[in-house]
Design a protein around this ligand. Structure first.
Ligand code: ZN
Ligand code: ZN
Length: 200
């Protein structure tokens, strides 16, 4: 399959032929229909976010399931899905126990330790996928997945110091999401009208 590969830190993206992944245990294989890009892609390209190179980025991926592992029962071929930042965590450390999985030292995140969506196909952990309603287009759905994890992080209390290694802060990513949402809101006339205020 073709994929946009970042060969090394601060290098240019290259379109390369790479082996097509197959779904491992607990995974589905998704044919990509849209893969959003935001400034986090720049941070990841420059190595500001730790992790291995070469990388296939893309943390806002959506598409259609084309294969499922034999042990997956919650998803089926043809489902429209997307996935967010977290592919898997250990489930045992303090952060996981406190419900703040994004800070797990064993975190496998989309586009870093796990392949991202800037490719023709992407394996996703079935438990990390979200179904997309039919009336929402892939292009509309993709950027929303950027905000899922930071939104959860932001609602879970103060961000610990470990996030100094995570330049895409909760507020920045959430702001991007809010910005996109406002663009959508601004693109159509509001049906609501402010009623006149009665004064004495
Ligand atoms: Zn953990
Ligand atoms: Zn993003």
């Amino acid at each position: 399959m073709k994929a946009a590969v970042v060969p090394a830190m601060s290098s240019s993206w290259q379109i390369k032929d790479v082996p097509q992944p197959q779904p491992g245990p607990g995974q589905v294989l998704v044919k990509m229909r849209a893969s959003g890009i935001c400034y986090t892609d720049v941070h990841e390209t420059l190595g500001h976010i730790p992790g291995p190179f070469p990388r296939i980025l893309g943390h806002e991926p959506v598409g259609e399931i084309v294969a499922v592992a034999p042990d997956v029962t919650t998803r089926k071929v043809g489902d429209r899905v997307g996935t967010a930042w977290i592919q898997s965590t250990c489930g045992r450390c303090e952060w996981c126990q406190r419900g703040r999985r994004m800070f797990c030292p064993y975190l496998k995140s989309t586009g870093l330790e796990a392949q991202g969506g800037h490719a023709e196909y992407m394996p996703m952990n079935a438990d990390a996928t979200y179904l997309i309603p039919d009336k929402v287009s892939y292009e509309q759905a993709a950027p929303i997945f950027c905000a899922v994890t930071p939104s959860i992080a932001g609602s879970a209390g103060p961000i610990p110091s470990r996030t100094s290694a995570w330049p895409c802060s909760a507020s920045a990513a959430l702001g991007t999401w809010q910005c996109n949402t406002r663009k959508l809101q601004a693109s159509r006339p509001s049906p609501f009208r402010t009623p006149p205020i009665k004064t004495r």
